[in-house]
Design a protein around this ligand. Structure first.
Ligand code: FES
Length: 152
């Protein structure tokens, strides 16, 4: 709760900055806990329903705990044509989760997303802040090991 208060205070509990507060909360907790939204409501007087609307409208927010590293596999047209479905399947197998889930160790979350804007590199994925193009299914175990091993 102390961390949540610190974030809200950083933005002077100003209702004009609830999105920024929520971004900081998402970064800190890898999701937006209900308690955090309640605290934002209490301190900013922005209705809880409005905060839930924001949290569910923007894809970068999650109400469920996410992994330390978010893996996004582009399933846009160019990536689809170049085998995005196979890449997504390979991640699911390697991580032993389904798309939309988080690994038990809370290290990885897996999502299929729309065009990431660099179609010439298809198939494209992101892991955390890093972008990878021309990904092959054979690369996936190595990529996961790289992040598991704490290289990042
Ligand atoms: S379709 Fe995948 S980056 Fe555009």
């Amino acid at each position: 709760m102390q961390n949540i208060d610190k974030i809200i205070d950083k933005w002077n509990a100003d209702s004009d900055y609830v999105i920024e507060m929520m971004q900081d909360i998402q970064d800190e907790f890898k999701h937006i806990p209900r308690k955090a939204l309640e605290q934002v409501t209490k301190k900013t007087k922005v209705p809880l329903a409005r905060l839930y609307h924001i949290a569910t409208f923007y894809k970068s927010f999650s109400l469920k705990p996410r992994g330390k590293f978010e893996i996004q596999v582009c399933t846009g047209t160019a990536c689809h044509v170049k085998g995005a479905a196979l890449i997504l399947d390979a991640f699911e197998r390697e991580l032993n989760i389904q798309t939309g889930e988080t690994t038990k160790d809370k290290l990885f979350s897996l999502e299929g997303v729309r065009c990431l804007g660099c179609c010439s590199l298809a198939p494209v994925i992101t892991i955390g802040e890093d972008l990878y193009g021309e990904v092959k299914t054979a690369d996936i175990p190595k990529l996961i090991a790289k992040y598991k091993g704490g290289e990042k």
